[in-house]
Design a protein around this ligand. Structure first.
Ligand code: SF4
Length: 705
């Protein structure tokens, strides 16, 4: 038998590695069914352990195989009728905002596109939010404030070409392993390349760090506020760039001078030594080729947007943007967090990187879609959405490919919301998750290796995910289910898509519609893409406008931004500590994150025996001094209590955390080892600008059980 191999993309993190996938039955043990794609520019053949274990996760015994309504298997047409008639009913009685989608950075761009189109153009609500809100929403707003657009300036090559890499709030060694491997290899080739890690925890990423700044949780912005004023003192401002391409430098500098007046106050605010801050400041002033790489440790904060802008301010002031080996580089957590943003899959976006407030955008999108019921203002962001469900304002929610009962903060509130909701629709591959247990209607979805579409990784690179395996049982593609509901609601022509290629072509055409270079996101080259071209699409970085099929490697090389006057904006930033400071009653700070070999709520990685070997159960990392004082020993059971809830976890006594701080991974649920859900402890506090929850900081108390 000739083996059938597909080039596809890993469904886990935002690195977006290319994968060769061969049907396991065809390789017969001779070669691994999954290997790294040597031709993919994200990974050049590398894979981490999660990616290489993909074949172990595709034959789950817990697949959802049939549509279900109130626990009974039904036909697809019955399920679609149930959904459509309830949506029509609540929209008629309560208005369009009584309906909402809650989507996921795991679904494909084509799924996102039709969901966004149905809600914002045809039902008439902007209640389309996503678990990407929990991952990168602050970075999006930071970019928009500075550049007038949600544009990642850099690419992965810049990480290898820079001479100084500042990694802030990122444990890339575990969360973006292939990027970390690329960075480590670059550092080995060029030992003079410096790596600085800014993180309250000593993580695996610190293994390659020349300097680790173990700052107080949430104080990152002060480091960059100080670097801004230090850039003046060190004489490294790019005055021409500031004068020709930016606005607001003086105001931002004045604020930096006020907020971090000197080295002593900065070091004190951040809880590190003056010497450590000065080493970073000297490297910053000596090194033109600097990339700042930031991730969830920056974004998941009540002042996450300001942190992003504090970073961007430093790069603008020194002209370290739009150049090889330089730039502020936000790394997304999920495989398609960026693809969702491209179609407008956040409640505050309209479509194709246009917001509701973008002049002329509502009219433009309405004309393009020929939409009868355009939403006219922002919808509800994730945390607000689930609060509105509990308040009875949103009566039907369609949750797709995500597990908010485990991943959203204050999961007790999420449970109350879903119990109250009149119709909870859940599309998933899995039959049993904490969220499918709350569903009135369950829709069996195809998963990785079964469905076709596109995803966009952290460097703006659009890649294909390809289907090779048949859909099990009655599983269907998410885009198909959305289109069927849309047709039943009466929008037959607008949702007559037969293939994901047709959806992608319309998405591309919308991105270029009356654009003429006004918006950053333009993939107009693909507006008339045909089936063969779509099938053979090679990874490419957007923008890909008509006449530029090779895409765009790096943004802002000409110093022109997407603001009305084409100038980037400095944003004055006042560094703030997290909202909930510890108290005598709640003396510890809880930080959350990932372990190396698990992904999100383990619904896929929990199936791979190999992946549980690295860390087989949840834990709480506690500093030896605190453990000693509380009589806690390694592996003993500890009760963590916050004002929101409690969790029982085994202690891991470790110097990776500082005294007064604890860390625990987010993955485990009732489904796995009957473990406590850690998000249960996290308050619903969000950044007021981005709506992103402060998942890196909760005050708690600890006791030995
Ligand atoms: Fe998949 Fe990310 Fe690992 Fe690459 S680094 S193989 S995208 S999990």
């Amino acid at each position: 038998m000739t083996a059938t191999t597909s080039k596809t993309t890993c469904p886990y993190c935002g690195v977006g590695c290319g994968v060769n996938f061969t049907l396991p039955s065809q390789v017969g043990g001779a070669v691994p069914p999954v290997s790294g794609d040597n031709s993919h520019p994200a990974n050049f053949g590398r894979l981490c352990v999660k990616g290489s274990s993909l074949a172990q996760t595709i034959q789950s015994n817990d697949r959802l195989l049939s549509p279900m309504v109130e626990g009974h298997a039904v036909s697809w047409s019955e399920a679609i009728d149930t959904i459509s008639s309830k949506i029509a009913d609540v929209v008629k009685t309560h208005g369009p905002d009584a309906f909402a989608f809650y989507l996921s950075g795991q679904i494909l761009t084509e799924d996102y596109y039709v969901a966004n189109k149905l809600a914002k153009g045809f039902i008439g609500t902007a209640n389309v939010d996503t678990n990407s809100r929990l991952c990168m929403a602050s970075a999006v707003v930071g970019y928009k404030r500075a550049f007038g657009s949600d544009t990642v300036p850099c690419n992965y090559e810049d990480l290898e070409l820079c001479d100084l890499l500042i990694m802030v709030g990122s444990n890339a060694a575990w969360t973006h392993p292939v990027l970390y491997q690329r960075i480590a290899a670059a550092k080995q080739r060029r030992p003079n390349m410096k790596v600085v890690v800014v993180d309250p925890r000593k993580t695996a990423t610190c293994d390659i760090a020349d300097l680790h700044l173990a700052i107080n949780p949430g104080t990152d912005a002060a480091i960059f506020s100080f670097l801004l004023q230090h850039s003046v003192q060190a004489g490294i401002l790019d005055s021409d760039f500031i004068a020709d391409h930016t606005n607001g430098f003086k105001e931002a500098l004045n604020q930096a001078n006020e907020s971090t007046p000197n080295l002593i106050s900065t070091a004190d605010f951040c809880g590190v030594s003056e010497q450590e801050v000065m080493i970073l400041a000297n490297w910053w002033s000596d090194t033109a080729k600097t990339v700042t790489f930031y991730s969830q440790g920056v974004n998941q904060s009540s002042s996450g947007v300001d942190k992003c802008n504090a970073i961007i301010n430093c790069h603008l002031a020194t002209g370290r943007i739009g150049k090889e080996g330089a730039g502020p580089f936000s790394i997304t957590g999920q495989p398609n967090a960026m693809g969702g943003r491209e179609v407008g899959g956040l409640a505050n976006q309209l479509a194709a990187h246009m917001d509701f407030a973008t002049p002329g955008a509502q009219d433009l999108v309405q004309r393009f879609w020929q939409a009868p019921n355009m939403a006219t203002e922002n919808g509800l962001k994730a945390v607000d959405l689930f609060q509105a469900i509990e308040e009875g304002k949103v009566k039907v929610v369609w949750i797709m490919s995500t597990n908010p009962m485990v991943s959203l903060p204050d999961t007790a509130q999420v449970r109350r919301a879903l119990e109250k909701c009149e119709l909870v629709i859940v599309s998933d591959c899995k039959a049993h998750t904490d969220t499918t247990a709350m569903a009135d209607v369950l829709l069996p979805a195809t998963g990785w290796s079964e469905k076709d579409g596109t995803v966009t990784n952290s460097e703006r690179r659009i890649s294909r995910q390809r289907g090779l395996l048949p859909a099990p049982g009655e599983a269907k593609h998410d885009w198909w289910a959305i289109c069927e509901v849309a047709k039943t609601l009466g929008f037959r022509d607008a949702f007559a898509f037969r293939t994901p290629c047709e959806i992608f072509a319309e998405h591309a055409a919308l991105s270029a519609f009356e654009n003429n270079g006004k918006r950053d996101f333009d993939i107009g080259h693909f507006s008339s893409i045909n089936k063969d071209e779509y099938e053979n699409l090679v990874p490419v970085q957007w923008p890909v406008p008509k006449g530029r099929p090779e895409g765009t490697k790096r943004m802002f090389e000409d110093g022109r931004f997407f603001t009305p006057d084409s100038r980037a904006r400095f944003i004055p930033v006042t560094p703030k500590k997290p909202v909930n400071a510890p108290t005598s009653e709640w003396p510890f700070v809880l930080n959350t994150g990932r372990v190396r070999d698990q992904w999100h709520t383990m619904t896929r990685t929990g199936d791979a025996a190999l992946l549980t070997k690295h860390t087989d159960q949840p834990y709480v990392e506690i500093h030896p001094k605190d453990a000693n004082q509380l009589g806690i020993e390694d592996k003993t059971l500890v009760r963590l209590t916050s004002p929101q809830g409690e969790a029982l976890l085994k202690a891991k006594v470790s110097r990776a955390v500082s005294p007064g701080n604890v860390f625990t991974p987010i993955h485990w649920t009732q489904q796995f080892a009957n473990a406590s859900v850690v998000s249960n402890l996290i308050p619903s506090l969000v950044d007021p600008l981005s709506g992103q929850p402060e998942s890196k900081h909760a005050r708690i108390k600890l006791e030995a059980v």
